[in-house]
Design a protein around this ligand. Structure first.
Ligand SMILES: NCc1[nH]cc(CCC(=O)O)c1CC(=O)O
Length: 280
């Protein structure tokens, strides 16, 4: 069986696609793949912040069209890049979650100017380092690291999962992991996701690499985004873990505190987040 696989043309997306396909090939040597690299609007516009040009789903909207039209059979992306609201046409398989946390990458001991364009990272930084100045930073991971080295920024923030998948040189830079209980990750950060049409054979085919515990976190974190009707315009963190056999969720929304609740308290959590989003 030959499967046509869509991914973006960015280095990270291609690395992510290769990781998933390699894992699949080990379990299912009978499968063959045709890679379809797609340039999306988000890849072409790099000089403006994402929220100005269309928000979350910018990178993946085109894939859902291509899946519906039958141009590709599956699409591979980080769960973090998925729009919160996906139409009911689609289903997902996920691989076991990689590291969920962000890292601060420092080019200096004393950091003043910190690069990020993520509203979530910006809000968290203001709490963690109230004196730091946040400066817009876009481009792919390698570009961001080059901009850090060039002295435009004293430090930048990236997802550790992306660094592990792409393995850029960080020689001479200091990498500081940020505690996910405090610096709450984006919904589905570190979760490699395969998207396909519901009622296709793929759910069954990908069951060999699917991880059910990761899927529970994936669904719960997406439910937070859906409940808030959040997009990448919004500063929102959502991170689910298992604690003593109980599924938990940690989340903040704009100026709200970070709440930590049992999964079955989700409606209450969403209500509290909305109430406190603009400060208590
Ligand atoms: N916004 C781009 C993006 N989408 C997913 C990742 C990292 C991989 C992941 O979190 O699964 C990154 C890079 C980053 O935020 O540093």
């Amino acid at each position: 069986m030959k499967i046509r696989v869509g991914a973006r043309g960015s280095q990270l997306s291609i690395a992510q696609m290769d990781i998933v396909l390699q894992a699949l090939k080990q379990k299912r040597p009978d499968l063959t793949f045709e890679k379809v690299i797609m340039k999306t609007k988000g890849d072409l516009i790099l000089n403006r912040s994402l929220k100005e040009i269309g928000g979350k789903g910018l990178f993946v909207g085109e894939f859902e069209e291509a899946l519906k039209e039958g141009i590709i059979d599956i699409a591979i992306h980080s769960g973090k890049d998925l729009p919160a609201l996906s139409s009911s046409y689609f289903a997902f398989s996920v691989m076991k979650r990689g590291v969920p946390y962000d890292v601060l990458i420092k080019n200096k001991d004393q950091v003043q100017v910190i690069g990020t364009s993520s509203p979530r990272r910006e809000v968290l930084l203001h709490k963690l380092m109230p004196n730091a100045q946040v400066k817009m930073l876009r481009g792919n991971i390698n570009t961001r690291i080059e901009k850090l080295r060039s002295g435009e920024y004293d430090a930048i923030i990236l997802a550790q999962a992306g660094l592990e998948r792409l393995q850029p040189s960080l020689a001479g830079l200091e990498v500081v992991p940020l505690d996910p209980e405090v610096f709450v990750p984006a919904s589905c950060q570190g979760i490699l996701t395969i998207e396909y049409l519901k009622d296709s054979p793929f759910q069954e085919i990908f069951s060999c690499i699917h991880d059910e515990e990761t899927y529970q976190a994936f669904m719960l974190e997406r439910q937070v985004m859906q409940g808030l009707q959040a997009s990448c315009h919004d500063a929102v963190g959502a991170y689910s873990t298992m604690e003593k056999g109980e599924r938990m969720i940690r989340s903040f929304y704009h100026q709200s505190p970070i709440y930590y609740e049992k999964a079955d308290q989700l409606p209450l959590l969403i209500q509290k987040l909305k109430e406190h989003a603009h400060g208590d």
